[in-house]
Each structure stands twice: as C-alpha cells, then as structure tokens.
Design a binder for this molecule. Structure first.
Ligand code: MG
Ligand code: MG
Ligand code: MG
Length: 305
C-alpha cells in the first residue's frame, strides 16, 4: 500500500516541494511514498516545478484509511478534514507544535529553522541518501522562499549553509538572483481574483474559542496592491462571514522595505491593536520589520485570545 506525503492546505512552495523531496527520500529508504498536495499550487511553486522539470504532485483532499507523512504543519486547522482516520507515520516541520495527535508512536522531525526543506535536507544527510540535482534545486528554492532570501527572522545559519550545499548539488551559482526572480513571479497579482489573493498563502488558527485566518502576500513592491486593496478588504469580510471567523488578517509584505502592511477585518480590532502595540487606521497599519507570520504575528495574537 502506498504512503502519502502531504503539506498544509493552501500549499506554499515549502509544502509542495517538501512532499516531493520527502517522498523521494522515503522511496530510497524502501517506503512506497507518493507526493500529494491539498490544494492548487501558487505561481511561485509553478515557476519552481517548471524550472526543475518536476511534475505537479497529485491533488488529494481525503486521506481516511491511508498512511501519511506530514510536511510543513502540525495544526489540525491546516490538515485534511479526515486526518483523524489516517495513520500519521511522521511529521517534518518547522512551525510551533500544533494539535495533531496520533494513536501510535511516530517519527518527528520538528526544528525551529527556516524551512521544512531544511529539516528534510538534514534527514537526507542523516540517512546518507544522495539528493538528485533537480530535487536539490527545488529544495533550495523552497528554503529561499520561506526565508525570504535569508531576510526573515526565521532564517538560521543552518538554512544558509544548507542552501549553499543544495546550490552546489544543483549546480547553480547565482542562487540569490534566482531567489529574486522567484519573488518577482510571486509579486504578480494581475489577473488574480481577490479570493485567489487572500487565500494564496492563507492559514487558519484556533486560538482559545476563536478562529482566526491569517494570509500573507510577499511582494517586491507594495504598489501592486494600490488598485486591489478595497477588493481585498471586501473579500476578507466575505471570508470571515463564510467561515465564522473572529478575524481575518492579511499581511502585505514588502520584502525590499522589510516590513508588512497589515489589513484587518475583526470582531474586535482592539485585540489586534494590543497584539502589535499599534493603532489601526482605516483597519490597517504598517508593521516595520515584520516578515514572518509564524514568528512575528501568530505568537503575539495567541495571548489575546
Ligand atoms: Mg508553509
Ligand atoms: Mg515552511
Ligand atoms: Mg511563508
């Protein structure tokens, strides 16, 4: 029976590439693993898969009765609906420990570093498995994406070292330039619907009795949002009503200026204001230096609930 590898809902490049890189590693170790994804891939992920000639992993939303490896999350809110009926064999992640639980012992690789693909690279080294050139290139791109080309506070020395090693295997010298090319692809918002934008990199979190949705769009210049910001707000309100959320937050992150414009739709804006010690004006505020949802946003929201 096949084992499925999956990343979080609204998969980002780390989740999709992580499913591919972990499935390959496990196959070399004798497990029949298949890379899957829980949703549509982003333009950035498409760019990476095209660049290195990889197939898009199979779309799969139901895992009942299956054995699975989980990559890039451990929160129930980001899991398939029927995950409780699957057997989780292992988790490879770099987020806060979530609320997934298992009935049997599992393999757990969770580290506070820049990307799940960095964790997976450590596993390749641990098992002494050679990384194919194209997989190394994709893993490198996934790490550059998650660490915002090393600018994110989540980036560690280990991530930088791993990117250099992967670049060597992939035979890519100008890896920072490739990272920039990737972020320019990521910055394209033209032609996307408001819903595609609000949910492109969107996660829901259970905090106390409240559920919050937090999206992020990382671009090289915030002016791309000038024309669409009102539509984004409108869609955030819709998203909030549809899912009965307490708040929907959207981080418009400028990777060059290294900060985020935070857009807020909330039942109680004062909770968001105290989380960031900031005053909202027209339901938005510039948060200087904020690049990371997992390290600079979620930990500050949680105590408010
Ligand atoms: Mg991710
Ligand atoms: Mg990640
Ligand atoms: Mg990210």
């Amino acid at each position: 029976m096949s084992i499925y590898v999956l990343g979080h809902t609204n998969p980002d490049s780390d989740s999709v590439v992580g499913a591919i890189s972990l499935a390959y590693l496990k196959k070399q170790l004798g497990e029949d693993c298949i890379a899957t994804r829980q949703g549509e891939i982003s333009p950035e992920t498409k760019f990476i898969l095209n660049k290195f000639g990889a197939d898009v992993p199979e779309l799969k939303t139901s895992y009942a009765g299956e054995e699975v490896y989980i990559v890039d999350f451990s929160d129930l809110a980001q899991a398939p609906k029927d995950i409780a009926d699957a057997t989780i064999l292992g988790i490879y992640d770099h987020h806060k420990l979530g609320d997934l639980t298992t009935a049997a012992p599992l393999e757990c690789w969770i580290r506070p570093i820049g990307s799940s693909n960095s964790v997976i690279k450590e596993a390749y080294d641990y098992y002494d498995v050679k990384i194919p050139k194209n997989i190394a290139g994709m893993m490198m791109c996934a790490i550059l994406s998650d660490t915002v080309i090393f600018k994110s506070p989540t980036c560690t020395k280990l991530d930088t070292k791993i990117v250099k090693e992967l670049a060597q295997i992939a035979e890519i010298q100008e890896y920072k330039a490739l990272g920039m090319e990737m972020f320019i692809v990521k910055s394209a918002v033209a032609g996307a619907t408001p819903r595609e934008l609000t949910t492109r990199d969107y996660k829901e979190f259970d905090m106390g009795n409240a559920k919050l949705g937090v999206g992020q769009l990382e671009v090289v210049d915030l002016s791309v949002f000038d024309e669409v910001k009102n539509d984004l707000f409108k869609d955030m309100r819709k998203l909030k009503d549809e899912s009965g959320l307490h708040s929907v937050l959207l981080l418009l992150t400028d990777i060059m200026k290294e900060g985020s414009q935070l857009l807020v739709v909330s039942d109680d804006e004062s909770k968001i204001e105290s989380a960031f010690s900031a005053k909202l004006e027209n339901s938005q505020v510039w948060l200087d230096g904020v690049l990371s949802r997992k390290k600079q946003v979620i930990p500050f929201l949680q105590p408010q609930f």
